[in-house]
Write a protein that binds this ligand. Structure first.
Ligand code: 1CP
Length: 332
């Protein structure tokens, strides 16, 4: 078993596994260089380019996990929703009824993601775990109703408060599609899958419990691989997040990881939770923060070192190298 799979199975290890959310991307000069020649969507659709981008951070830093290069919005294009990226997704806003009526995901139209996973599985060293992913229903609904990213996601929040059959149908449509998409990724070689619920944290606890978490649970239920659920900004609902039924939970940087783990209770793995802004500082501060993180988790089986959210594009690669060295030096 790989180090990351051992951690997900809550086995004791000499050091925790490490990967970084959004580890393939704009902070890497080799990524920017490739993107000068190829568009973002083109890079995702071409399995050779997507594999190369997936491998860049593995070669440079030796992370324990390789996350397939795609976007949480990629499968929506295969449900007939047109969008551009600038740099985040931009699309014509849909109504709840239109989301509910989206066709099933056409797996043939996301076969390039499956092909990328097959190629990555062949290319990674045997000790590196291949990670598939999808966007959770709530987060994708936030983009679909709002037409892109925003500060406050008011259309999503309004819809979640209003509730009713149309909301249930829209979340159901997105959940079914993402379940099929993740099952396809597992068939193609993903050894673990992560569900990103990046904007669920804008919701009050009650709406997380009654709408966002059940929708995420219906994506993950019955999948044939370990699962990770990542919803930053849900420190106000950590006691309820276990209803999602994942094997591991991503913890953001706002809550100390030992307190978050306590609130999540025993029997699950956690990943996290260094502040991405820490990687904008210097190696000395990064080493100190890693020492503090490892002291807080204290070798507890099930810890996966990660950031509390995606890496920022202004991060100096040397600081990522310092993070990797600090985690490896911390070997017990
Ligand atoms: O210009 C560019 O090169 C595009 C920048 C970029 C990249 C590198 C986007 C647009 N997406 C990605 C890749 C990506 N996105 C990955 C690749 C694998 C890896 O982790 O290395 C992953 C997992 C994602 C997931 C993703 N996309 C999330 C969830 C993770 C998170 O950080 O919360 C979200 C919210 C998105 C939406 C999105 N796509 C792109 C951007 C810049 C954004 C966020 C900003 C916005 O909402 O406008």
């Amino acid at each position: 078993m790989t180090r990351l799979l051992e951690a997900l199975a809550l086995r004791p290890l000499d050091r925790p596994p490490l990967w970084v959310m959004r580890q393939a991307g704009r902070y890497l000069p080799e990524y920017r260089e490739l993107r000068r020649r190829h568009g973002f969507q083109e890079s995702i659709r071409d399995p050779r380019i997507a594999t190369e981008i997936t491998m860049q951070p593995i070669r440079r830093f030796g992370f324990d996990g390789a996350i397939v290069f795609a976007d949480i919005m990629t499968p929506l294009e295969a449900m007939g929703v047109d969008m551009t990226f600038d740099p985040g997704p931009k699309l014509a806003p849909l109504t709840l009824a239109e989301v509910a009526d989206l066709p099933d995901l056409d797996l043939d139209r996301v076969s390039s993601v499956a092909e990328t996973l097959r190629l990555v599985r062949k290319e990674v060293p045997a000790e590196v775990t291949v990670i598939g992913f999808a966007g959770a229903p709530t987060t994708r609904l936030a983009y679909l109703l709002g037409g892109g990213g925003s500060k406050d996601y008011l259309p999503l929040r309004r819809a979640m408060h209003t509730g009713g059959g149309e909301l249930e149908a829209a979340l159901g449509t997105l959940a079914r599609a993402m379940h099929a998409y993740l099952a396809m990724q597992i068939d193609a070689g993903a050894q673990v899958v992560q569900l990103f619920d990046s904007w669920a944290g804008v919701l009050p606890r009650e709406l997380l419990e009654t709408r966002a978490f059940p929708a995420a649970a219906s994506v993950l239920g019955g999948l044939d691989a370990p699962t990770i659920y990542f919803a930053p900004g849900v420190g106000h609902a950590l006691g309820a997040v276990r209803s999602v039924g994942a094997d591991a939970y991503g913890v953001d940087w706002r809550v100390p990881i030992d307190e978050a783990w306590e609130a999540l209770r025993s029997g699950v793995a956690v990943h996290g939770n260094l502040d991405p802004a820490l990687l904008l500082t210097d190696p000395t501060r990064i080493r100190a923060a890693v020492a503090d993180l490892l002291a807080r988790t204290d070798g507890r089986p099930g810890h996966i070192v990660n950031l509390g959210h995606g890496i920022d594009r202004r991060t100096p690669p040397e600081n990522v190298a310092a993070l990797v060295a600090a985690v490896r030096d911390g070997e017990r």
